[in-house]
Design a protein around this ligand. Sequence first.
Ligand SMILES: [Fe+2]
Length: 279
Amino acid sequence: MVSPILDLAGVTLEVNHLPRGVRFYEQVLGLRLLHHSEEQGVAEFEVNAHQTLTLWKPITRQVNSSRLAPLRARGASHLHYAFQILPELLEACKGLLDAHGLEWTEINLGTEDRPDWTLYFYDPFGHGLELRGVDLTDERRPHFLPQPGKRPSHALPVFGLREIALGFGDYPAMLDRLPRAYGFAFAKEQDDRNFAQFTLGPHAEEDGNGTPRRWLYAWDPQVGLADMLGGDHVHARFYADVEAVAALIRAAGLPHLHDEQGLAVRDPEGHVFEFVAAN
Ligand SMILES: [Fe+2]
């Protein structure tokens, strides 16, 4: 089956202090602030021309997005997610993290012969961030291949969102539902823990070795690498063939809304997925 999902467009994090979040994501990650409203409890950043990162502060008797209110969307709690960087800049990132006073952990996700070193650290809200080197000449390409751009010299040289890792209380139901109800391309499961990998593209692909592709990882409740947790009530946005996903959603009977901006669906586990056209 060809998956109607094309790429990762954005993710929303729940935070308890918006100015602290704006400071962190502007200064440490160098992201460009697009919109900041204390009244709405919303700050939105550009990661690149096709991807955004959004912070939502929950406020009593209020919603962060009136459009998504019927689906009771929230920003993700304790989300593990990854940014793309050039592998040759990984060493420099250690010094930048040190300069910001941030602790980091380095793990080799490759083999001894073909190492794939990765850095993990936390934002001020318990979201687990990762910096992963990508090979922009690899033939496994995402729908929107990002280009390294100019960042302030004190900021980490990130230029794309790579992966988001979501927690699911009912792992077997998730394994059935993600391909059937949304069309996500199941790539593989890990041998030693409940961890499924979905390629955010038309076909399942091999992960690792510098792929610039984007990924949806789905775990049961567990502490993963570098002590990081999968996100609960995650709000994520994907580029997709929206009509094709809408047909699957209707067949699955999931609560959703469909308007000129695209499709938004509430997953039974409380995640809210948006699907938007890729033009
Ligand atoms: Fe990761």
